[in-house]
Design a protein around this ligand. Structure first.
Ligand code: ZN
Length: 305
């Protein structure tokens, strides 16, 4: 089965160059506020899709366990160094188009600053839907093509693509901006029910960030985030949705308690639910593919040779 191309951060110094030294304190702090507003206070098992080096992971402290998923093994190694090896964190290298988890596993999932690298959004959202329990919370961030800067640039003739059309714009290879209506349509198509929308990064403007103290911009952004319910004209948008339709969700279900790995993973290639734990790898009892387990990282990208 072919899957769409994947943006790979293997060996990248993304965490250091973009976040730690890249003057992104403002973006980081506004995201922390949005997460606090949207995330359930506690839960059993959270899936962090595109966890990278674990920048947001400490913000999920109310959850019993967090699965950090990323396509890049080196990013997960950075996350391990930052968070330490503990029962609380699971590290999984896998492809969002072939998630290696059993259906209905997670009560919460987050995908932040990841969608803009995804070429086939409906296909990725179907995978997310499958691994979440009905009524679970999904927090999705996307890069918004309908932002004020893009609108003005388009009107001034400095930009060829229209921010008003529904199709994604690929402004650099595997870097996409999306129209909010397209995202809403895709979520609805996958049976997600939108509950809240926040607009972020009102002040992502280089010179402004240099002259106004970060704390002030963060404070103003935190107030303006709520306007996301009315319009979305900022470069970054957060959507909280429920998996399923409220009328079909009965009671406060929680995700099943995880007692063994066998109850957790499935083979990403053939979908078989039984993987044998051989310590250094998991073996699919159906197709016999072997998935490496090394230094606490489960690797489902390619089977072992
Ligand atoms: Zn298999």
């Amino acid at each position: 089965m072919t899957t769409p191309p994947i943006c790979d951060y293997e060996g990248s110094d993304y965490q250091t160059s973009f976040w730690d030294k890249g003057g992104r304190a403002y973006e980081d702090r506004t995201e922390a506020i949005a997460l606090k507003r949207l995330l359930p206070k506690k839960g059993r098992l959270l899936l962090e899709l595109g966890a990278g080096a674990g920048r947001n992971t400490p913000r999920y402290e109310g959850f019993d366990r967090v699965v950090l998923l990323d396509y890049s093994r080196t990013q997960l190694e950075h996350a391990q160094q930052r968070l330490g090896k503990s029962e609380k964190y699971f590290y999984v290298a896998a492809d969002v188009y072939r998630l290696p988890f059993v259906d209905g596993l997670f009560d919460t999932a987050t995908m932040i600053r990841v969608l803009h690298h995804i070429a086939d959004v409906p296909r990725a959202l179907l995978q997310v839907k499958n691994v979440m329990r009905p009524g679970g919370t999904f927090i999705l961030e996307f890069a918004n093509k309908l932002n004020l800067k893009a609108i003005f640039r388009y009107w001034l003739g400095k930009q060829t693509w229209s921010p008003f059309t529904l199709d994604p714009v690929e402004f650099a290879k595997l870097n996409f901006d999306f129209h909010p209506n397209a995202i809403r349509y895709w979520l609805d198509q996958r049976d997600f029910t939108i509950q809240k929308t926040l607009a972020l990064s009102h002040f992502r403007i280089g010179w402004l960030k240099r002259i106004v103290p970060t704390g002030i911009l963060v404070f103003l952004d935190s107030i303006l985030q709520w306007t996301g319910a009315l319009w979305q004209l900022t470069p970054s948008v957060f959507i909280k949705s429920l998996r399923g339709r409220p009328r079909n969700i009965h009671g406060e279900e929680t995700a099943p308690r995880i007692t063994s790995l066998a109850a957790f993973f499935k083979c990403p290639d053939c979908g078989f639910l039984h993987l044998d734990d051989r310590k250094t790898y998991l073996e699919c009892l159906s197709c016999r593919k072997k998935w490496e387990v090394r230094d606490g990282i489960y690797d489902f990208r390619e089977p072992m040779k």
